[in-house]
Design a protein around this ligand. Sequence first.
Ligand SMILES: NC(=O)c1ccc[n+]([C@@H]2O[C@H](COP(=O)([O-])OP(=O)(O)OC[C@H]3O[C@@H](n4cnc5c(N)ncnc54)[C@H](O)[C@@H]3O)[C@@H](O)[C@H]2O)c1
Length: 419
Amino acid sequence: MSGKLKIGVFGGYRGQTMIDVLLDHPDAELVAVCDKYTPLLSQVREKAEAHGLDVALYESFDEFIKHDMDAVVLANYATEHAIYAVKCLYAGKHVLSEVLPCETTAQAVELIEAVEKTGLVYSYAENYCYMLHTFEMWQRYKKGDIGKVTYGEGEYIHDCAGIWPQITYGERDHWRNNLYCTYYCTHSVGPLIAMTGLRPVSVVGFECPPHEDMKRLGAYFGAGVEMVVLENGAVMKSVHGHLKREPGSVNYELYGSKGMMETGRQAVNKPLYVYRESDKVCVGAWEDYEPVPKIAAEYAKNFQGHGGSDFYPTHFFIQKILGRPEGLEWSIDVYTAVSMGLCGIFAYRSVLDGNTPQKIPDLRDPAVREAYRHDNKCTNKKIAEGDDLLPKTSYGEVDLPDEVYEHVRQLWIEGKPGE
Ligand SMILES: NC(=O)c1ccc[n+]([C@@H]2O[C@H](COP(=O)([O-])OP(=O)(O)OC[C@H]3O[C@@H](n4cnc5c(N)ncnc54)[C@H](O)[C@@H]3O)[C@@H](O)[C@H]2O)c1
């Protein structure tokens, strides 16, 4: 035994990213992977053998969780993270969770309390906080380079229509087919919350008109917009989803009392622009440059996926378990994770209530939790019933016929794009 942390990965599709980091990490060892889709397990076996490792492979979570390991990476369905995080924590495992942190506020309360009761590490793998440009913005904001935040924008535009068969497999109940507009909000709002370190206190949500062509692919909901107010009064605009442009767009702006930072919108631009006001008002200077990894740079530079962000969530998780300063400083904890996710949950309540402002509860406070402990409102009929079951779109829910999903499944089997 190497004395490294023993880590398992649950979900072998997106989980391949974390698997790749773990296969080459100096402080951790990949010991087990679980996925019910066995071709993914075969891929893991090949990779592990190429690294001279014997990784245990499981199709069942209940068997996987019994494996001798210190920590679990959750890369399973985006609506089931809190459910499995709680199971893992009570089984004595530290947890790194993919996005999103929870589907309901009841799950948010249960997750926070499981972390508090077990004292184990929970880290949120919101990798968009660690892209070369966003992580640089985070570090510079913390240094005080643009003063106190007043306004920000976060944008994650990704028209997934072309890859819909490859990411939903023609499954009617796949979480991507059951999403609502503001749920998947933490790629856009998450970096703004991480950079500023401020809690979101209220939100107004909007749903853009859904694209009719998505009906042929099995999903019908529009892009989501959240207007979020942070605890100091700063306003953040977050927009995400299927809007028409190629390639997609991942952009952020942050304004402060002494300047601003923004990412380059087009490939021809530099990745980061920073404006800093001088001692004279309205007189300042611009910098534009390509940020490079500064922390664990020798490892980080080997992972280019998602704007250079795919290394750090796993790395900081490991460092936090080991009690090292960089993990304690940069890993995203459960309170911040939940506050990011609640922006989307409450934005949708705003959408359904005529775009009214909604208060975002501070679930760090035990007294506040009681009102949300049994709040199961969501669009998932496995979780919510009666009035708690929300429509999947504010534009009139549609019941798509089985032929749609059979068609998408066939496209997936044939390796064809969405059409
Ligand atoms: N951060 C990013 O940039 C990024 C990119 C893609 C996906 N994701 C996230 O990764 C997660 C997984 O998404 P995905 O793209 O891999 O697609 P997915 O959700 O379809 O894949 C999940 C995988 O987990 C397996 N799985 C789920 N529940 C299981 C169970 N109970 N037992 C055994 N296996 C189970 C499935 O077989 C599947 O292979 C989601 O939360 C998604 O939001 C994040």
